[in-house]
Write a new protein. Sequence first.
Length: 65
Amino acid sequence: MEHADCGFNKGRWRDDNSRWNQLRYNNEVQLVYRDDIDDGLSTCIDYTLYGKTKNNKITHLNVGI
């Protein structure tokens, strides 16, 4: 999806959330195995998993909330 650039500009991150997301990815996701089912959805809401498909590095979850 098209979106505004939130990256590094003039020696500073345009949005601190971009840096925090980068740090989380580097420290938690990239260095430690994370289960895509347990990361995010199950810690926030109740949901039903109707299907899961993988295509290369993309995981598509079909859920009902």
